[in-house]
Design a protein around this ligand. Structure first.
Ligand code: NDP
Ligand code: OXD
Length: 320
């Protein structure tokens, strides 16, 4: 039997998104199906049943009349949701341990870095200054996680094991052992008031765009043992008001770690490159591994063709 082809549409522009590397992995796991690395000279669009994509050009997916499932090769689907011509077939996002653990590492690293005052200590070293500062125990600090989903829940669990107090905020109410959970707009302020280190792992949707703003920063725990609260954003750049972040570094925020930005790569003249209270990483918090994710896609296709249900299907009305 000829199986429907899988089309790969990858426009990442960074080294992890080399289409050739992804094609080689998909060839290994899709033994009995054609894997088309697009653009490809000769193929019939009607043969394509599945598309595995990262930032496809808007309109590109509408060219396949027999498409059955779109697999986004990352966790966030905001780029796809912006495509008004996106075919109305199931859209599956990534939720795999490999990615979840990478994000957990990033969050733990940056929470510890601010908690243990590493930016101050490194600056002291550069200036040849021996100036110890009292280090609070983890139990003195409350980490607030915006988005207790796949990524946020794992990070919360490990932070709690280290000894931090952890609170979480989500759209729907959650019950997570050891974590005080808040939900919805009406509990947002109570969540913020508890928080010394704010970690954002929200998806970018119409409801969350610009949610990291000066008003929100002003509601964080003003009596934080750290001196001033800290922001860590690894969700999406569109969640943050960047002018507000820079203005808030006057003392409303004590420091920030940002992995995502409204413009990526960050322009050469952006103050984020050089500001002493900013730790910048190049959208690198949790790389998507071609091996783990091609296996995840191949398993989902096999289950789907055997009549089973797809997992981690995006709710298009919610936008994530
Ligand atoms: P999930 O869908 O599993 O979790 C999203 C969480 O956000 C859920 O808890 C959800 O609430 C909550 N949420 C969504 N909208 C709202 C809202 N309006 N108000 C309050 N809470 C809300 O996503 P993941 O954890 O897998 O991924 C989160 C995001 O991380 C991705 O969308 C992506 O943008 C980003 N990401 C960044 C990477 C990087 O390298 N920087 C790598 C991978 C992902 P509820 O549980 O009630 O639905
Ligand atoms: C993702 C990402 O959404 O890498 O997976 O940003």
């Amino acid at each position: 039997m000829t199986r429907g082809a899988l089309a790969l549409l990858i426009h990442g522009g960074t080294d992890n998104w080399s289409p050739e590397r992804w094609k080689a992995r998909f060839d290994q796991v899709c033994h009995d199906r054609r894997v088309l690395q697009l653009p490809q000279a000769s193929f019939n669009p009607a043969d394509v049943h599945y598309a595995a994509v990262w930032k496809p050009v808007p309109g590109e997916l509408a060219a396949f009349p027999n498409l059955k499932v779109i697999f986004n090769l990352g966790a966030g689907v905001d780029a796809l949701m912006a495509d008004k011509t996106l075919p109305s077939v199931p859209l599956v996002r990534v939720a795999v341990d490999d990615l979840t653990n990478r994000m957990m590492e990033y969050v733990v690293l940056h929470v510890l870095m601010h908690h243990r005052q590493e930016p101050y200590l490194r600056e002291s070293q550069r200036n040849g200054r021996w100036a110890p500062k009292y280090q609070w125990p983890a139990s003195a600090i409350c980490v607030g996680i915006m988005g207790i989903g796949t990524l946020g829940a794992r990070a919360a669990h490990v932070l709690q094991q280290i000894g931090f107090r952890v609170v979480g905020w989500s759209r729907s109410r959650k019950q997570v052992e050891g974590i005080e959970c808040f939900a919805g707009g009406e509990q947002f302020d109570a969540f913020l008031r508890r928080t010394d280190i704010l970690v954002c792992l929200l998806p970018l949707t119409a409801d969350t765009r610009g949610i990291l703003n000066r008003d929100v920063f002003g509601k964080l725990n003003r009596a934080s043992p750290l001196g001033a609260p800290v922001l860590i954003n690894a969700g999406r750049g569109g969640l943050q008001n960047e002018a507000d972040i820079l203005a808030s570094l006057d003392g409303t925020l004590g420091g920030v770690s940002l992995d995502v930005f409204s413009r990526e790569p960050v322009p050469a003249d952006s103050p984020f490159w050089t500001h002493p209270k900013v730790v910048l990483t190049p959208h690198n918090a949790a790389d998507t591994d071609p091996g783990a994710i091609s296996r995840y896609v191949a398993e989902q296709i096999a289950r789907f063709e055997a009549g089973g249900a797809l997992e981690n299907v995006v709710d298009r009305a919610r936008g994530y």
